[in-house]
Write a protein that binds this ligand. Structure first.
Ligand SMILES: [Cu+2]
Length: 266
């Protein structure tokens, strides 16, 4: 308990500008799965049979969109275990604290084929299954998805998404990425990966137009990535287009799903 209090106290001391972070745990169907956390000793985590997350050793961001560790952070060692999940079920990523407020968040999957441990992360076909950009207001002061998922009361911040229900079963890597844009022209990337075993009866896979390479999908030539949110010609804009391929939401049934999408908006 004392450690917990000291921990939160240190978070408070570090303050908004310096308090980085990421996701270290996941829940599916009421079951808690442990990912990696830089806040605990590596010797307590490396190779543990319960570990579902790929290794990352610092809460600091990655600053270069072409950094080879962008795919699953550094060093990104494969997870010994995997989260079982049915297609159509929710996965929640737990962030013990997240304090940045400006910039998009994107959830990615990659099909591992035979094994997520041997998948080449930088040549894999990553596809988006969810993303949240500017929800309302302006780029500088508006409500971003990154702010909306935070509880702001000291309890962990929970990012919940649904695995597309008709996704082909198999081994997948799930990649939670938050991009913080509060420092002008110096984007911060916060990716963490976990291994999944998806079950179900689906047969759907995304088409090539949904694929991206990571690194590769982001670059400093993109005005949405290399952005100064305080600049006069940017700060008051009320739209923000997240770069990269469109979000894949599974196969569309002509009619009902398209109508529902129309009501839900983009
Ligand atoms: Cu930070």
């Amino acid at each position: 308990m004392i450690e917990r209090i000291l921990f939160w106290f240190s978070v408070a001391l570090v303050g908004f500008a310096e308090a980085h972070g990421g996701t270290s745990n996941y829940t599916v169907d009421g079951i808690w799965y442990r990912g990696y956390t830089p806040d605990e000793p590596a010797t307590d985590q490396d190779g543990q049979p319960w570990l579902v997350g790929r290794k990352w050793i610092t809460i600091d961001p990655i600053f270069q969109p072409d950094n080879m560790s962008l795919s699953c952070n550094y060093p990104g060692d494969p997870a010994p275990s995997a989260i079982p999940i049915r297609a159509g079920d929710n996965i929640t990523a737990v962030y013990y604290y997240w304090l940045h407020t400006v910039g998009p968040m994107v959830l990615w999957l990659a099909d591992c084929g035979a094994s997520c441990s041997t998948l080449n992360l930088t040549t894999a076909n990553w596809f988006k299954i969810a993303e949240h950009g500017l929800l309302s207001g302006t780029i500088q002061t508006g409500e971003w998805g990154q702010r909306a998922f935070q509880n702001w009361d000291g309890t962990p911040d929970l990012w919940t998404e649904t695995i597309p229900k008709d996704l082909k079963p198999g081994n997948y890597i799930v990649r939670h990425e938050i991009i913080a844009l509060h420092i002008a022209n110096r984007p911060q990337f916060y990716p963490e990966c976990a291994h999944l075993v998806v079950s179900g009866n689906g047969t759907a896979v995304p088409g090539k137009e949904y694929y991206a390479k990571i690194p590769g999908v982001w670059n400093m030539s993109q005005p949405e990535v290399n952005i100064d949110v305080y600049a006069a010609n940017v700060s008051n804009l009320t739209t923000y287009k997240i770069p990269g391929p469109p979000v894949w939401r599974g196969e569309k049934r002509i009619g009902v799903d398209m109508l529902l999408d129309g009501f839900k908006g983009p």
